[in-house]
Write a protein that binds this ligand. Structure first.
Ligand SMILES: [Zn+2]
Length: 262
């Protein structure tokens, strides 16, 4: 399995990161996409450093929609510089969050457009976080991201939203939310999306799947999401693992970044 979206910052896991990576490898995780957002450009720098140090970790860099009001030109210059680092494989997570609305909507939209432009310039896929903002996010992707590969991470919509993003050439990543019995919409979308267009992720340390729900999440728990998603789709976990692993490698071009993975 590949955890296509996790946060491995020291601020979340302290000195435990090595143990957490070891537990995940033991559970069958063969690669991690460590999303570096937060603390200005601090988390981006940290994610790139982890990816440089760990052979199975790759990084993305960018500004989370929550933090867009505090993004400075200096931060943007750092994201652009890090986008050229070999083991940095994507830009984000960027996008729109109207649920918390920590930054004004127009500021989030502007940063989303700028992040997509950065991804295009660097030749990297874009990682989108969208919460209660599917129509606006799809409109921005339609205007800015034609032909640019990307993923809607921790997908929270239903079948209609899934179809809109798929039509725009995006893939969908499913998190522990699919293990929540009350997430009917998301579970329907998870069963609907084509097998070659879906990824799995933990979004650790957030959104722990059942039976760890409510606790701190970590990449080893991705196996719970794999099992439930396979059940929803009526296929074996092994088949889903093979497909999502291949899809993740293709989106982030992991084999090109690290021949050892091929
Ligand atoms: Zn995240």
């Amino acid at each position: 399995m590949i955890d296509s979206h996790c946060h491995l910052d020291q601020s979340y896991f302290g000195e435990e990161r090595a143990a957490i990576l070891a537990r995940a490898r033991e559970a069958g995780v063969t690669a991690f996409v460590c999303v570096g957002v937060g603390r200005g450009s601090g988390a981006a720098e940290e994610a790139a450093a982890i990816a440089a140090a760990e052979p199975d970790v790759f990084a993305t860099v960018g500004v989370h929609p929550h933090d867009t009001a505090e993004a400075t030109e200096e931060h943007w210059a750092t994201y652009a510089r890090l986008a050229r680092v070999p083991r940095v494989v994507g830009i984000g997570e960027t996008g729109l969050d109207y649920h918390y609305e920590h930054a004004p909507r127009e500021v989030q939209q502007q940063a989303y457009r700028r992040s997509i432009a950065l991804a295009r310039a660097a030749g990297l896929p874009v990682v989108s976080h969208v919460r209660d903002a599917h129509a606006d996010a799809a409109a921005i992707l339609r205007e800015e991201a034609g032909g640019l590969p990307g993923v809607i991470h921790c997908f929270t919509g239903g079948v209609a939203e899934a179809r809109a993003y798929l039509d725009l050439g995006q893939v969908l990543s499913f998190s522990g939310i699919v293990t929540f019995k009350n997430a009917g919409n998301v579970r329907e979308a998870a069963a609907f999306a084509p097998l070659d267009r879906i990824l799995i992720e933990t979004d650790a340390p957030y959104l722990a799947p059942v039976p760890h729900r409510g606790g701190r999440n970590e990449p080893a728990y991705i196996v719970e999401t794999l099992k439930v998603l396979a059940g929803l789709r009526g296929i074996s976990p092994a088949e889903l693992d093979a497909a999502t692993t291949e899809n993740t490698r293709k989106l982030f071009r992991l084999a090109a970044r690290d021949p050892l993975l091929d």
